[in-house]
Design a protein around this ligand. Structure first.
Ligand code: TRH
Length: 378
């Protein structure tokens, strides 16, 4: 059944808010044949993920999604959709709320929450909140466990990733397109992170290691720490710097679909925020998560909740090494010892990452769960 959806995205910072909503919007159209409008208040962030978009257009259709600039003055002519998704508690425009109240057939109003592995999530997923003005908002929580809204995952994602991995030419052609030519047997690692005082010690360990490592660094916030360690003032895109066993290469920020190819091409991925964190799990390779820092250290609870579920099934030694690596990275402390211990458990961690990916892919994905939620609500 085709319904209309309005997804509202306010870009707080970085790319996670638009990353999640743009991905969700596309999937709703492509796999569920829904009519989707995506309202975005920062088109620069959108264009970074979808470079063929027009940064100045008020409305444009991209991959079947009507992408609209979220205007400061809300026009009264906008009709309320059947389902309204307020991403990450961004406040809906007052004019839109008024129109929701006036709508003859009530719209389903969903607040799409941030991802967390904390165990209270399944208890709160799907709960309503009644407002004094009579409108009702439902809380929709993504998650890793049954009883949550699941994770964003396109229906053919794992199959496409496998096909890419089984075709060495596809990988080398993709890398060649980025100007990346890793040495045979070099370990390929991608690095997408916030500023991190622990970076220097990790780079030291990789440079001193016995295995060749090729580190790909997309343009972003970690660049300053990287340049400082290299002792250079800039690292032009594509240029390569070598220190000991470590080759470092800066990459452009690529379109969202191609970021998956980077993750699939690498043996290990350092990711951050929310969306790249999930995509690295679907890549099925070991990962290192730089969590988005929250007030009062709330992010540590989230980080440890994820580790609690992710580490299950690993040997105690591998779990300890992996846990130490994540703790050090997020504390910005010395990474050397934890990295070397992680290397000792590499095959086990690699097999575990694929197992985790397959286990998670048994859950209904988030877009599917949203469509079911709407059907059940009707
Ligand atoms: O960019 P992030 O740090 O985003 C966020 C926001 O800061 C948000 O406010 C915060 O609440 C949230 O994190 C937890 O990280 P994230 O979520 O991984 O988003 C990055 C997006 O950018 C993701 O969709 C992948 C995409 N991307 C590309 O499209 N091309 C690239 O080259 C890279 C490196 C990323």
């Amino acid at each position: 059944m085709k319904a209309s959806w309005d997804i509202f995205c306010s870009v707080v910072d970085n790319y996670g808010d638009i990353g999640v909503t743009w991905r969700l919007a596309r999937q709703m159209v492509a796999e569920h044949q829904q009519a989707v409008r995506l309202w975005v208040d920062d088109f620069q962030a959108f264009v970074a993920l979808c470079p063929d978009a027009d940064a100045t257009a008020l409305r444009q259709t991209r991959q079947g999604v009507e992408v609209c600039q979220w205007p400061l003055q809300w026009p009264s002519s906008v009709e309320v959709a059947d389902v309204v998704v307020e991403a990450f508690a961004c406040k809906l425009p007052e004019g839109y709320l008024q129109a929701m109240k006036a709508r003859e057939k009530p719209a389903l109003w969903i607040n799409l929450e941030y991802l967390s592995a904390e165990d209270w999530v399944s208890g709160c997923h799907g709960l309503p909140s009644l407002r004094p003005d009579g409108l009702k908002r439902m809380f929709f929580f993504p998650g890793f466990e049954a009883g949550t809204g699941g994770l964003l995952r396109e229906a053919d994602l794992i199959q496409r990733r496998r096909a890419f991995e089984q075709d060495p030419r596809a990988r080398s052609e993709f890398l060649r397109g980025l100007g990346v030519f890793p040495a045979d047997n070099a370990r390929l690692i991608s690095l997408f992170a916030y500023e991190n005082a622990g970076l220097a010690s990790w780079l030291d360990a990789m440079a001193a290691g016995s295995v060749a490592t090729h580190l790909l660094v997309p343009q972003g916030r970690i660049m300053g720490d990287l340049l400082r360690w290299l002792g250079v003032s800039e690292l032009p895109l594509g240029a390569v710097e070598q220190r000991g066993s470590l080759v470092i290469q800066a990459l452009p920020f690529v379109r969202q679909e191609d970021y998956d190819h980077i993750l699939w091409s690498c043996d290990f991925n350092a990711v951050r925020g929310e969306d790249s964190f999930v995509r690295a799990q679907w890549a099925g390779h070991p990962l290192l998560w730089h969590i988005y820092e929250q007030e009062e250290d709330a992010h540590w609870v989230k980080l440890n909740a994820f580790l609690d579920v992710y580490l299950k099934g690993l040997s105690p030694a591998a779990a300890q090494a992996f846990n130490a690596l994540w703790q050090a990275w997020n504390a910005g402390s010395d990474m050397g010892g934890a990295w070397n211990s992680t290397l000792e458990h590499w095959p086990e961690l690699t097999a575990h990452a694929e197992r985790w990916c397959l286990q998670q892919s048994l859950q209904a994905d988030l877009a599917q769960a949203l469509v079911h939620f709407y059907r059940n609500w009707l």
